[in-house]
Write a protein that binds this ligand. Structure first.
Ligand SMILES: Cc1cc2nc3c(=O)[nH]c(=O)nc-3n(C[C@H](O)[C@H](O)[C@H](O)COP(=O)(O)OP(=O)(O)OC[C@H]3O[C@@H](n4cnc5c(N)ncnc54)[C@H](O)[C@@H]3O)c2cc1C
Length: 198
């Protein structure tokens, strides 16, 4: 019987990096997907924005960690995910929106986000051609950026794709899990070569 410490269903934005991190910690991991390769779900539709500019403190802190990970994937692990720091700009054209943005600033700063209010002239320099009529300025967070969602699966290129038998359910019993049968579709599995066997 094939055994893994962890089986992840879904080789997308969450499953692939999670499997990599678990494998880094020494666990044997299988990632199973109904598609022919990883990143064929929402991952391939994403435009790649990696931002910590949010209104919720917990989300800000988590996304600051994401920025740290994305921006150092190449220097620390050799994975070029086309990271580009470009910042994030939210603009306001009316007093109500400006008020909302300004009241968020304190909360965002308290959560550790580098963000501030910028004038209409600064906005115009950052985004040439932007509509200036009634522009009141905006918030700018310089450390947000962009990465290629497809390249973000780069750690999986160190793995080998293998076709797995149909995988439609998991039955748990006595501390272990077995695959069920009955799906007409093929699944694929990625395996971490040093530890797992499929
Ligand atoms: C148009 C668009 C733009 C976006 N832009 C951004 C952005 O700029 N920045 C950002 O952070 N987020 C963005 N997102 C959101 C982001 O893409 C998703 O939050 C993220 O991809 C979700 O990751 P996931 O692993 O949960 O799902 P997915 O990436 O969709 O992965 C799920 C995987 O599970 C597989 N699967 C599902 N069911 C089964 C099953 N029963 N058996 C086997 N395999 C299965 C699928 O085939 C798929 O590969 C965007 C999303 C869209 C649609």
């Amino acid at each position: 019987m094939k055994r893994f410490d962890v089986v992840i269903i879904g080789a997308g934005s969450v499953g692939v990096p999670l499997s990599w991190q678990l494998a880094e910690k020494g666990l044997s991991v299988a990632v199973v997907d109904e598609e022919a390769s990883w990143g064929r779900g929402q991952n391939r539709a994403a435009i790649g924005g990696v931002r910590a500019t949010h209104s919720d403190a917990a989300k800000i802190r988590i996304c600051l960690e994401s920025i740290e990970i994305f921006s150092t994937l190449q220097s620390q692990h050799g994975f070029d995910v086309e990271w580009r720091p470009g910042g994030y700009l939210y603009v306001a054209y009316d007093a109500e929106t400006e008020g909302q943005f300004r009241s968020l600033l304190e909360k965002q700063k308290a959560a550790g986000l580098n963000i501030d209010w910028v004038s209409p002239d600064t906005v115009a320099r950052m985004a040439p051609g932007i509509l200036m009529d009634k522009l009141r300025g905006g918030t700018f967070s310089p450390e947000d950026g962009y990465a290629s969602p497809l390249m973000a699966g780069a750690p999986s290129t160190a793995w080998r794709l293998r076709r797995a038998s149909p995988f439609s359910s998991i039955r748990a019993s006595k501390g272990s899990a077995r695959k069920g049968t009955g799906s007409p579709r093929f699944r694929w599995a990625m395996r971490n070569l040093p530890r797992a066997s499929l």
